[in-house]
Design a protein around this ligand. Structure first.
Ligand code: AMP
Length: 579
């Protein structure tokens, strides 16, 4: 199997992938059987009367669809030290902390070695396809990767984010070494105690090895943007560190300092070269290939909530291709991107049929369909039963104790790779509550912001970040959009943006509710520069990592800390006059 491959053979990996996907239906049945054979006697499944049956039909009859809330008590018992078979046959020894973007608080997800293996399979598969298109040699990868704070749960289980758990795994480390360019940064930088010090040193390591860098990577594109925005601020300091061979004194983590002292030697020539390049750039356009002349591509998740960063990413990337990474979550991987040269807007994920058992809840296209079919929710369909062009909520049964788990993501079936569907990530489901009969999705919000940001872009300003909130504190309730902009925009420009946002929501429920004033005028609140960084810092302080950080695109009233950060940093607000 893939994991046991001594020397990476991309064509063999692709061949195995083709075989699995050709036989997706049978592989799904086998995968479920294997999961249930290993875990069927765990308390959760036993209580549901599965009695050792392992076929899809019995599974669906006995086991209900569930959310994280349904598993929480079981997971907590494991975290508190219950080593009996609660969710899995073999005891769970570590926990992942998911970023908890939607709820505003991280949640525990059981983690085990099987998840490391499915991660490796996903990475190997997409790497094989990427490497077929753009082969990379023995150079280095500038990877903006970080570790979360590791801690022990009450019951003594190791807990950290899924990426940290995976990156720490010796198996994973050796696989990465065998297939991919070596990370420029030493482990001490990746596992450093402070994300700002790590980021700065990642940049420094990248510059030291600038001629060897073949690709630039982060798990989610947000971290690449953050890294090069930081570069814009600190490039002179980086140059002076390289010139003198001395690391800035504010980097105080002793292990980072020790590791960096081995790499950093006085190099005035390199410092001058970088200085000249930066001074010669207009508006940092094409920065990445300028700094790393042998880079071949940029890699990281660029879909879904990362799409708003594409414009900025392309600005930094210049001519380099953007290769969007795979689709997965702390709960497990779903599918690799096997068409890496497609632009991120067109990226799809071919579901790997042996990494979990997948079901799909059809989402009704419009309110009329819903009325006709009654309020009842649609029945989930199997992996090979989905239809092209339809949208679904994805349900996962994974290899680490989650059964029929609603991931909360909406996907669209774009086509099939052999017998397995190619999914486009659409958005998180239901992030914004309805005020009246409106149904605004994360995607609607993204499109509206896209339409309005062009107005500030025409003023040579940049929309740095955004989020939304449903304000029900006065009657009628209304939508609030928070914006952070790169500079000061004129009042008439922002008023125009506010009207565009309001008009851009195409949802019939929203438009009709606005017309009869059952929803109040949309409000645009502009926040101070740096506000969204404070939100990120808050999330990191709760145990999240920059690897998995995603700006929440909606903030609920119960997420009081984030709402407070936003509201206390408002510099101006505008109400729409569009209706
Ligand atoms: P976490 O478990 O905190 O890392 O978050 C997992 C979530 O990130 C998923 O449920 C998706 O909503 C989102 N996500 C993961 N991979 C992708 C991708 N390739 N494109 C878009 N969103 C993604």
């Amino acid at each position: 199997m893939l994991q046991r491959m001594e020397v990476f053979d991309g064509e063999k990996v692709i061949e195995e992938f083709e075989e699995l996907t050709r036989d997706a239906e049978r592989v799904q049945v086998e995968t479920l059987k294997k999961i249930l054979e290993e875990n069927g006697w765990a308390e959760y499944l036993q209580n549901l009367g599965l009695n050792g049956r392992t076929d899809p039909q019995s599974f669906k009859e006995c086991v209900p669809l569930a959310t994280h809330d349904d598993f929480e008590a079981y997971i907590q018992r494991i975290a508190d030290g219950d080593s009996s078979p609660v969710l899995t046959g073999k005891p769970i020894k570590s926990m992942s902390l998911s970023s908890g973007t939607t709820k505003g608080r991280p949640k525990f997800i059981p983690f085990n070695d099987s998840l490391v293996e499915t991660t490796m399979q996903t990475f190997l598969t997409s790497f094989a396809f990427r490497n077929r298109q753009v082969p990379i040699g023995n150079g280095k990868a500038l990877q903006f990767i970080y570790s979360s704070k590791q801690f022990k749960t009450k019951g003594g289980l190791a807990a950290g984010t899924a990426t940290t758990n995976v990156f720490r795994s010796p198996k994973f480390k050796s696989m990465m070494k065998s297939i991919q360019s070596q990370c420029c940064s030493p482990d001490e930088v990746i596992f450093g105690s402070d994300v700002h010090q790590s980021l700065y040193c990642h940049l420094l390591c990248g510059l030291i090895y600038r001629d060897e860098v073949e690709l630039v990577y982060s798990s989610f594109a947000h971290s690449i943007i953050l890294a090069f925005r930081t570069f814009e601020q600190v490039w002179e300091e980086l140059c002076s560190n390289i010139r003198d061979g001395v690391l800035s004194s504010w980097v105080i983590d002793p292990s980072i300092r020790a590791a960096m002292s081995k790499l950093l030697k006085p190099d005035p020539e390199l410092a001058d070269l970088i200085y000249k390049k930066c001074a010669g750039l207009s508006n940092w356009s094409g920065l990445i290939p300028e700094l790393f002349p042998n880079a071949k591509y940029i890699h990281g998740i660029m879909t879904g909530s990362m799409e708003p960063y594409l414009m900025k990413l392309r600005h930094y990337a210049g001519h380099l291709p953007l290769m969007s990474a795979d689709y997965g979550s702390s709960e497990g991987w779903i599918g690799p991107n096997v068409n890496p040269l497609l632009p991120p807007e067109l990226t799809t994920f071919a579901v790997l049929p042996n990494v979990g058992y997948f079901e799909f809840i059809p989402l009704k296209a419009n309110a009329q369909d819903q009325e006709q079919e009654g309020a009842q929710e649609n029945k989930p369909v199997g992996l090979t039963e989905v239809k092209i062009g339809e949208e679904y909520e994805i349900v996962v049964t994974n290899v680490a104790g989650l059964y029929r788990y609603r991931l909360g993501d909406v996907v669209k079936v774009i086509g099939f790779h052999n017998a397995t569907p190619e999914l486009k990530f659409v958005c998180r489901s239901n992030i914004l509550p309805s005020i009246n009969i409106d149904k605004i999705s994360e995607k609607d919000l993204q499109l509206a912001v896209e339409a309005a940001r062009n107005v500030v872009a025409a003023e040579k300003l940049e929309l740095v970040e955004f989020t939304s909130h449903v304000d029900m504190s006065s009657e009628p309730g209304h939508y609030v959009i928070f914006w952070e902009i790169s500079g000061e925009a004129k009042e008439e420009v922002l008023r125009e943006c506010c009207n565009r946002l309001d008009k851009a929501f195409q949802d019939a429920g929203y438009v009709s509710s606005r017309e009869v004033k059952a929803i109040g005028a949309l409000e645009l609140r502009v926040v101070r520069k740096g506000t969204f960084c404070k939100i990120m810092e808050h999330s990191l302080s709760l145990g999240s990592t920059m690897n998995q950080y995603k700006t929440p695109r909606a903030v609920s009233s119960t997420n009081t800390t984030v709402l407070h950060i936003l509201c206390s940093n408002v510099v101006n607000s505008y109400f729409s006059t569009a209706f």
